[in-house]
Write a protein that binds this ligand. Structure first.
Ligand code: MG
Length: 468
């Protein structure tokens, strides 16, 4: 069953269009043409994997790798591969989307005091979109995000389409200058059209988060997901990240990180400051201070190392009884947890998540807003061997940026002609990280611990960009 809010939200845009002269038409291959009905909120693998079968014979102790069929190439000859976790859950909680986003220009008119909206059926701008979602607490949130985020992005870009064309965004959309100096004010603030695209992406993540929250509540489900989305639009690549997936541009001579990971450790100060401002969020169950280890009764009265929201460095404080509460952020590295519960500090969903056996809600500490990095193709000399790797943490837990760059460079050097080669590259990376079962453990070829997690990888040759 779906929420009434959902129906109003998504059906209303169609209704608005129908009030005008023409309604938007679904286009072949354009997943962002209109949202799927709520009945499609069911677990499935990415749409572009239809007809795919494991790319290798099933072998004992090896997890199968799924890739798109050779006869169904993705945009820009994008490569993709995925494998499920090592029996951690029944479903692969990672999801992926790869599609074009057709952005139409909106026009407004007036008729008998009633404003109506025309959505021009002709495409105005074409964007190219890739996204990875890493679910936790079940696959539902990542399934929903994979189906809706690009639709939200399309809507938000259509809302501001006049602001993302031309040299400078106008102060007013669909209106006259109120003040003659408006263009100067926009220039003084150095507001560029790419800032309006970034704003649209941020708003789209927020709207998608709201949709997921409403749907999860209505269907009595729970869970959340990270989101890493790349959008190529008007000669620029926008990479928006909320979570711990990673985008890395591998070039012949350099590595360019295009995302920042958001974990309880990387966002410690934001999270502690929130607890300082709204102490009731901790419900007397947690302390916002960070200590090198969990304190014990015999630490009371001692001076110990600590950090608060205002500190990059460490200080000493005299331990009081309240400091013995469970820390807001506890653990280190991959073991770091927000409220003892979550390993990420940004993402979509988790609206219903509470700390076990308490009334403490986790959602207020999570942010759904992505950090957006921009790669301007006109300022870069994009070469054939410039490959963007997007992957969930299952890959990065095992392979470093340098490991991935080494594999990518060697692969690109040895494979120059087959248009399917980028999927072979993605498969190669997944195989390196998944390892094989060796007794009880999963290990890589070099006997290091392999990833037990779901692993999903896009390999995108930026030189293959399609501006048509
Ligand atoms: Mg993961």
């Amino acid at each position: 069953m779906s929420s009434g809010w959902f129906k109003r939200r998504f059906l209303s845009s169609g209704s608005a269009a129908r009030r005008g002269k023409s309604a938007p038409q679904q286009q072949e291959g354009d997943e962002a043409g209109s949202p799927p009905p709520p009945s499609l909120l069911l677990y499935r693998r990415p749409r572009f994997l239809r007809g795919a079968s494991p790319s290798e014979e099933r072998q004992p102790g090896k997890r199968p790798v799924l890739c798109p069929s050779r006869d169904r190439p993705l945009q820009w000859h994008t490569g993709y591969a995925e494998t499920i976790n090592a029996e951690k859950s029944e479903f692969n909680e990672d999801q992926a989307t790869c599609c074009q986003i057709s952005i139409r220009k909106r026009e407004y008119g007036k008729e008998e005091d009633q404003e109506w909206l025309i959505l021009c059926t002709t495409e105005y701008l074409t964007g190219y979109y890739w996204a990875l979602f890493d679910g936790h607490g079940g696959p539902e949130a990542s399934v929903m995000a994979a189906k809706y985020l690009h639709y939200c992005i399309k809507q938000k870009l259509e809302d501001v389409v006049e602001g993302i064309t031309g040299d400078r965004p106008p102060m007013h959309l669909n209106g006259q200058c109120v003040c003659q100096s408006d263009p100067r004010f926009v220039e003084e603030k150095q507001i560029r059209q790419e800032d309006v695209v970034i704003g649209a992406l941020e708003n789209a993540f927020q709207e998608c988060d709201e949709v997921i929250g409403q749907e999860m509540e209505a269907s009595n489900q729970s869970g959340g997901c990270t989101a890493l989305a790349a959008l190529y639009l008007q000669g620029k690549l926008y990479v928006a990240n909320a979570g711990d997936s990673r985008a890395l541009l591998v070039r012949k001579q350099s590595i360019v990180p295009l995302s920042t990971e958001f974990t309880p450790e990387t966002e410690r100060q934001r999270i502690q400051h929130l607890a300082f401002t709204y102490p009731k969020l901790l419900a007397d169950e947690f302390t916002r201070f960070e200590f090198p280890r969990r304190l014990r009764g015999d630490d009371v009265g001692q001076k110990v190392l600590y950090r608060d929201f205002s500190m990059e460095g460490w200080g000493y404080k005299t331990v009081v009884k309240d400091d013995l509460k469970y820390p807001l952020i506890h653990g280190h590295g991959k073991q770091a947890r927000l409220l003892g519960t979550l390993a990420v500090s940004r993402g979509l969903g988790d609206h219903q998540l509470k700390v076990i056996e308490t009334d403490v809600e986790v959602k207020p500490f999570l942010s759904c807003i992505p950090k957006v990095e921009v790669l301007d193709f006109s300022a870069q000399n994009i070469k054939e061997d410039d490959i963007l790797i997007m992957a969930t943490d299952g890959l990065w837990d095992v392979l470093s940026n340098d490991d991935v760059a080494h594999i990518v460079r060697k692969f690109v050097q040895d494979n120059t002609s087959d248009p399917y080669r980028f999927t072979e590259l993605a498969k190669c990376l997944v195989q390196k990280a998944r390892g094989k079962k060796d007794g009880y453990y999963w290990t890589t070829d070099s006997n290091a611990p392999a990833s037990y997690d779901d692993i999903s990888v896009f390999a995108i040759s930026l030189h293959n960009k399609d501006d048509s």
